[in-house]
Write a protein that binds this ligand. Structure first.
Ligand code: HEC
Ligand code: HEC
Ligand code: HEC
Ligand code: HEC
Ligand code: HEC
Ligand code: HEC
Ligand code: HEC
Ligand code: HEC
Length: 287
């Protein structure tokens, strides 16, 4: 009878007392969980991710993270969807695999930004894209410098870079949400430029004649249609910079063709505009 008493009554009481005696992780590390949005497992207990022996810590082993698994394996135990996305998608943003991996962009504990991001959506991307980078032998531009030195910023960027780009991986070029061509000359089929129709009306391209769908027209002749629907359809980026530029309507200063580049010399006017690029002489349009 007595043995039973010890086992069922005192033992749990003693264990519980011992447990209550132990300092909690958050007694000393409260700063990590202070931000508004808390990662669910950090709410539930630090031990899911840290195999820290509380009896010895911090005196004996204050250095080292003692993660229960390596990153990203640890994250993938609960976020299988992200693993699927990264393992099976054609075009992967290589930062998800570099030294810091997921921690390049996320906090594992808490954050003031939705999706546990370590900075707001725009700063997050620009902090890294403050230099040129190699992607399959081509160089990406320094987007931070472009934004700082341009007078006109595409309003699409107000919603952050993820209005158009996927952060982890994408089936499309340039990690885009939907299609956009990599070549300067690409057929004017509207599917090829799907990313633009996420926000703009594709009539600006599709209608050969219009007096409303676009201001880039000569009378009723749609010059978007004329430039893109020809035998050698010209991509939007032959005239526009999709991020930012110094000219009205996001028109670029210079077109680069391999080693050559030439100026567009675009001049807007109240009823139209003109340009004098290397591909044809001066040309004006009037609405
Ligand atoms: C009595 C205070 C205290 C308690 C309780 C405590 N820690 Fe710590 N912890 C420290 C100190 C001090 C350090 C060393 C300095 C630092 O990195 O903040 C440390 C370091 C760490 C580190 C390593 C940081 C690094 O950069 O190497 C981890 C991980 C950690 N603690 C996790 C935990 C977890 C998980 C718990 C609960 C199981 C816990 N700690 C409980 C005080 C504490
Ligand atoms: C979802 C997994 C996960 C949970 C849950 C978690 N951590 Fe961490 N913790 C990490 C990872 C990953 C790092 C490394 C962060 C980095 O490399 O930037 C880390 C880093 C740390 C560090 C090092 C200092 C720092 O700011 O990076 C401490 C201390 C720490 N964790 C304590 C805790 C405590 C205390 C809890 C519970 C409140 C906890 N962790 C819950 C994954 C987790
Ligand atoms: C023990 C399970 C577990 C582990 C391990 C874990 N997470 Fe989570 N995570 C969750 C849960 C639960 C949520 C709450 C939202 C949900 O159900 O998807 C969440 C939410 C998130 C969110 C926000 C999602 C949203 O829709 O707001 C991000 C980002 C995230 N985790 C990243 C990570 C990263 C990075 C790691 C590795 C360091 C990690 N998680 C490890 C369980 C986990
Ligand atoms: C380049 C920055 C970056 C890296 C690196 C990164 N993420 Fe994300 N992640 C984001 C952004 C931005 C979002 C929010 C997307 C949105 O809101 O449209 C996000 C969303 C998430 C979500 C929410 C669900 C979803 O898919 O939208 C989870 C979970 C997540 N990330 C986990 C991870 C894991 C795990 C890793 C490491 C393998 C990782 N992330 C690496 C930027 C990143
Ligand atoms: C920690 C640094 C880092 C952060 C943060 C980061 N990137 Fe990147 N990004 C890179 C590197 C390195 C490359 C070149 C290697 C690659 O991914 O192919 C790259 C490439 C790209 C590319 C070109 C991909 C292609 O296939 O042409 C795009 C687009 C891009 N990043 C957008 C973003 C966006 C949007 C964000 C914010 C959600 C972001 N990046 C955040 C480092 C970063
Ligand atoms: C309106 C949609 C849109 C938004 C918003 C957007 N991008 Fe892009 N991005 C594109 C398109 C389209 C391309 C491919 C054409 C090109 O290179 O200009 C691209 C290409 C890129 C590239 C690779 C090629 C290059 O131009 O260097 C990087 C890096 C990049 N974007 C980063 C960013 C960052 C960082 C942000 C946020 C500050 C952002 N993008 C916001 C549409 C967008
Ligand atoms: C996330 C939404 C969004 C996406 C995607 C988007 N745009 Fe925009 N864009 C806007 C908004 C908002 C404006 C400002 C209002 C307007 O002119 O419709 C704008 C304006 C423009 C302008 C300048 C018009 C002016 O009057 O100055 C051009 C040029 C442009 N976009 C081109 C593009 C191209 C090319 C694409 C595809 C690569 C694209 N946009 C994709 C939202 C978007
Ligand atoms: C040959 C050069 C050229 C090409 C190629 C081009 N645009 Fe334009 N676009 C212009 C000019 C010039 C304007 C300014 C018209 C005006 O208001 O005078 C303009 C205006 C716009 C506007 C503002 C609204 C409007 O239609 O007037 C949007 C949005 C736009 N373009 C999107 C696109 C998209 C999307 C593509 C690719 C599918 C594209 N453009 C291709 C020259 C071009």
């Amino acid at each position: 009878m007595r043995k039973w008493l010890i086992l069922f009554v005192f033992l749990p009481v003693i264990t519980l007392a011992g447990y209550l005696d132990q300092p909690k992780c958050t007694d000393c590390h409260s700063d990590l969980i202070e931000k508004a949005i808390l990662h669910t497992p950090a709410k539930e207990g630090c031990e899911t991710c840290h195999g820290v022996n509380i009896k010895e810590h911090p005196e004996k082993a204050p250095k080292g993270l003692f993660l229960t698994d390596s990153i990203p394996g640890l994250c993938y135990t609960c976020h299988d969807g992200v693993k699927q996305e990264i393992d099976t998608t054609r075009n992967v943003h290589q930062v998800v695999k570099d030294t810091k991996k997921c921690m390049n962009c996320h906090s594992p504990h808490s954050s003031d930004v939705k999706k546990l991001l370590s900075a707001d959506k725009k700063a997050l991307c620009i902090n890294c894209h403050d230099r040129e980078m190699d992607v399959n032998g081509k160089k990406t531009r320094n987007i931070k410098q472009l934004l700082l030195t341009s007078k006109v910023i595409h309003p699409a960027l107000n919603g952050g870079c993820t209005s158009c780009h996927k952060p982890h991986a994408s089936t499309e070029n340039y990690l885009l949400i939907s299609a956009f061509p990599t070549e300067m000359y690409t057929s004017g089929k509207k599917e090829n430029y799907a990313i633009c129709w996420e926000c703009h009306d594709s009539d600006l391209l599709d209608l050969a004649k219009t007096s409303t769908a676009t201001s880039f027209r000569n009378g009723e002749q749609n010059l978007h249609n004329a430039h893109l629907k020809g035998l050698r359809g010209r991509s939007c980026v032959i005239c526009h910079d999709v991020h930012a530029s110094n000219n009205k309507f996001l028109i670029i200063d210079k077109i680069a063709f391999g080693q050559w580049s030439f100026s567009l010399n675009y001049t807007p006017s109240d009823s139209g505009g003109s340009c004098a690029p290397g591909c044809h002489g001066k040309y004006s349009y009037k609405r």
